[in-house]
Design a protein around this ligand. Structure first.
Ligand code: PMV
Length: 353
């Protein structure tokens, strides 16, 4: 037994028992934005400049267990069995501090998280990670939040996590300018889409599973601060969102794909114009983009999107996902190619004790 382990139950005081043993586990899936979030107007509250819209996937879930340990003086966090340290640990502890402040319970916690997606490679591991952490931590600390409030909380861990609270398609609202409490006004909510008609899939080409050299947090702030294209990006992304909602409402996959691809390229353009440039795309990413163009020339509805990393996700009809995956696999020596459909929102897992 280490110095920080609690004494056996028989030796615990009533006070120990009152807040010991709170234990919860949750599961959340990553989401891929079709209209991207790139740039914060408030770093502390994680408020974006523009609203974004995404599809939550049915692959690569994160499961996270949070156990309160009132006798510990520090939080312990492991990811895939390895202890976190440095900036990743600081982010999780800051998030738990927020949960402690909101719940009024000061207990430290042991957090065990398991990611099935490569971490930090632009495959939205922070979205599933913080959505699962928010869901599990709320249950462990006895915070009863509705889905909107949970989404606002997850946002504080990682902006895109606000959207993974919900399944399928979700929009994350930037707070309206002039709103008296922008924190309350920035949350995600579901976008109703007839999935049987739209029939969407994302073919994920993992061309490089290594963690990105620059975090999205750092890169987006650098873009806001130095890219002369930032204003133009905001204006075009806002227009894209309006068109995207109409395209989803009309179940028009070609329109959805066209808007998603141009929005992603616009996001990479605004960061390429930053000084110095932020470049996440690699030659392999461009090869996949060429393959996607070729597929379209052959009459296949296939459209690409890329996040803060070189990996490419190709939106297509589920019925054609096998063909798209084959073409992408042949084009690059992709480490792996996966097919994802729309997945569920974050949820608590059964009793984990
Ligand atoms: O939530 P973050 O800090 O991981 O930022 C995500 C940014 C993008 O994935 C590039 C775009 C998005 O909207 O998810």
């Amino acid at each position: 037994m280490s110095a920080e382990d609690p004494p056996p139950a028989a030796h615990r005081t009533t006070e120990d028992r009152s807040d010991a043993g709170e234990d919860a586990a949750a599961l959340a899936y990553p989401n891929i934005a079709l209209v991207k979030y790139w740039g914060k107007r408030d770093e502390r509250l994680v408020l974006p400049w523009t609203s974004s819209l995404s599809m939550t996937l049915d692959t690569f879930p994160t499961t996270t267990r949070v156990r309160l340990t009132p006798r510990h003086r520090q939080d312990t966090v492991t990811l895939n069995g390895k202890p976190l340290d440095g900036e990743p640990l600081r982010r999780v502890v800051a998030f738990l501090d927020l949960v402690r402040e909101t719940s009024g319970r000061p207990a430290r916690a042991v957090v065990e998280s398991h990611n099935t997606v490569p971490t930090g490679a632009g495959l939205a591991s922070s979205a599933s990670g913080f959505a699962a952490l928010a869901t599990a931590a709320c249950a462990a600390y006895g915070l009863h939040l509705d889905a909107r409030a949970l989404s606002r909380l997850a946002r504080r861990g990682s902006g895109s996590a606000a959207r993974s609270v919900f399944g399928a398609f979700a929009v994350w609202h930037a707070a309206r300018t002039g709103h008296q409490d922008p924190d309350l006004d920035s949350f995600a909510e579901p976008v109703p889409v007839r999935l049987d008609v739209l029939d969407p899939a994302l073919v994920i080409a993992v061309v490089d599973p290594r963690p990105k050299p620059v975090s999205s947090r750092e890169a987006m702030q650098h873009t806001v601060n130095t890219s002369p294209l930032f204003r133009a990006w905001m204006a075009s992304s806002r227009a894209d969102l309006v068109e995207m909602r109409a395209a989803l409402h009309g179940c028009d996959l070609d329109a959805v794909g066209e808007i998603a691809e141009r929005n992603a390229l616009g996001m990479h353009a605004v960061m390429l114009a930053a000084r110095p440039a932020v470049r996440y795309l690699s030659p392999a990413s461009l090869t996949v983009l060429d393959a996607v163009l070729e597929l379209r020339r052959d009459g296949v509805s296939a459209w690409a999107t890329m996040d803060a990393g070189p990996n490419v996700k190709v939106l297509c009809h589920r019925a054609e996902a096998g063909r798209v995956a084959g073409v992408v696999r042949a084009a690059v020596t992709a480490d792996s190619v996966h097919v994802a459909g729309p997945g569920p929102g974050a949820r608590l897992l059964g009793d984990s004790s």
